[in-house]
Design a protein around this ligand. Structure first.
Ligand code: CA
Length: 224
């Protein structure tokens, strides 16, 4: 069941929207001022936040900005009718969409469904991606791109690159790399790390000029 947080101070409107949304089988919780709404938005997980602009305590724009600073929860803003300023500042503060008041409940429901469709689509691309400079790694698909071009890597080279990407700017010792990439009970010598770093540098085409993986003499390597 989708959970919706409704931040709105007009009690009659809250009651009306809440009944309609519950009828559509959404779970709805109401907050009647900006501060309480913000706290609930940050403390709990919501599928959608309906946010009024003119709120006691904390203005809707400010509530929106603070939610957005911490979370990606979709926000549908309830703005004053025909107020371009409200709509623009609403979207600027990170709202996904706005609904001018007064509105027909069918239109609100249509916008809510549109937002849920969009978030479903985005959710389907759940691949973990890492980026550093012009290198991007799709961790789940195990594909490496350099300037949008695919760089073919072996399993070890790939695992090694992911270690560097996840820990860029941190010096990694040969032992750490060996443990993480080859495994604790591996019997390989630590100099195998040097060999694979060389392979990786060659394949990423950074040999010489602009090297991404730097040698820290006597210790290990760092990507920066
Ligand atoms: Ca209001």
């Amino acid at each position: 069941m989708k959970r919706i947080l409704l931040i709105e101070d007009e009690k009659n409107l809250v009651r009306f929207i809440q009944l309609e949304l519950e009828h559509e089988l959404f779970e709805v919780q109401a907050a009647y001022d900006g501060k309480t709404g913000l706290e609930l938005a940050l403390q709990e997980e919501w599928d959608l936040i309906l946010l009024d602009l003119m709120l006691p305590g904390l203005h809707g724009i400010e509530v929106c900005r603070r939610i957005r600073a911490a979370k990606k929860t979709p926000i549908l803003m309830l703005t004053a009718r025909d107020s371009v300023v409200d709509r623009v500042s609403g979207l600027d503060s990170g709202a996904d969409d706005y609904m001018p008041k007064p509105f027909a409940i069918e239109e609100l429901l249509a916008r809510i469904r549109a937002i849920f469709r969009r978030t479903e689509l985005e959710r389907n691309d759940t691949h973990e991606k890492l980026s550093f400079q012009n290198i991007t790694v799709d961790v789940d698909a195990r594909i490496v791109y350099k300037d949008q071009q695919i760089v073919p890597l072996t399993k070890r080279e790939f695992d090694l690159l992911v270690m560097f990407m996840k820990n860029h700017n941190l010096v990694l010792t040969r032992d750490m790399l060996l443990d993480q990439v080859w495994g604790y009970d591996s019997l390989v010598e630590t100099n195998v790390v040097d060999v694979y770093v060389r392979y990786l540098r060659n394949k990423l085409g950074y040999n010489g000029e602009t090297n991404l993986i730097h040698t820290i003499r006597g210790i290990g390597y760092v990507m920066r």
